[in-house]
Design a protein around this ligand. Sequence first.
Ligand SMILES: [Zn+2]
Length: 326
Amino acid sequence: MPSRFVIGVDIGGTKLAGGVVDQDLRVHQRVQRSMDGKDTATLLETMQEAVQELVNDAPGEVEAVGFGIPSLIDRRTGTSVVAINLPLDHLPFAALMSERLGMPVAVDNDGNVAVLAEHRAGAAVGARDVVMLTIGTGIGGGLILDGELYRGSIGSAAELGHMVIAIDGPPCQGNCPNNGCLETMASGTALTREAHRVASEQQDSRLGHALRDGRALDGALVTELAHDGDPAAAEVLELIAHRLGVALSSYVNIFNPEVIVLGGGVMAAGEMLLEPARLEVSRRALPPSRDNVRIVRAHFGSEAGMIGAAALAFDALQNQTPGGVL
Ligand SMILES: [Zn+2]
């Protein structure tokens, strides 16, 4: 059977990553663009131009384009309702891009496309019930329930990062009105905040020295120092892992997933986060669910969004939604 091709585009707060993807979800050509500080018109222009470049370079005809964007999407209309970090609010995104590109366009939230990629070709292949968290600056969520992407009544479900784990915790990020959400307790932003606190409390630690030297106390540095045996850095990771484990215990009780997939930049810490998080789940979640869940790192790194967006485009082609807008 000859290969079929679509384009998957992952739109982040700072950059666009796109690729030509075949039906086995292998990536062929790739493009990247900066999205930093652009207005709506320039953003749309950049997306169109990046897709055009991929269409020209593709090894065959491109049949559709899928987008994963950091926004709540109203699936009934393909409208981006509330975008995080990008000026895409209240935009009929799918219709607009379809008109510009002259081909069918599918769009979904970045957390949903990430879990789709892991379910189709990554760490959750073959599982019927999957919970995924993408842990970066914020915490995105995705759910596969009974083999299908779960989107909720209007498509804005699976905001798993906005589950409260500390009712009197710090205010949440962005436009979330809540306090003590997992996102504000265990994201990369939270990790940096806790790293600063621990560094000032333990100034003789390597983490403390890093703060004094003016280095950025981000996930990468804390992971590196913990890996080298700095107890202060290890303490920060353990705290974040403990909080993650508290949240995962609730997801285990609510969804009884076969597998929980953890992705995003913070998961570069790997087992240093996974192991204490698993331990927390074994202490807190209910049997028998807790004994039947695998908690694993995502298979796809920075290309999860692109690959999931491509899977979305293939799904949409199969469903043959009329009118070009999927
Ligand atoms: Zn929140």
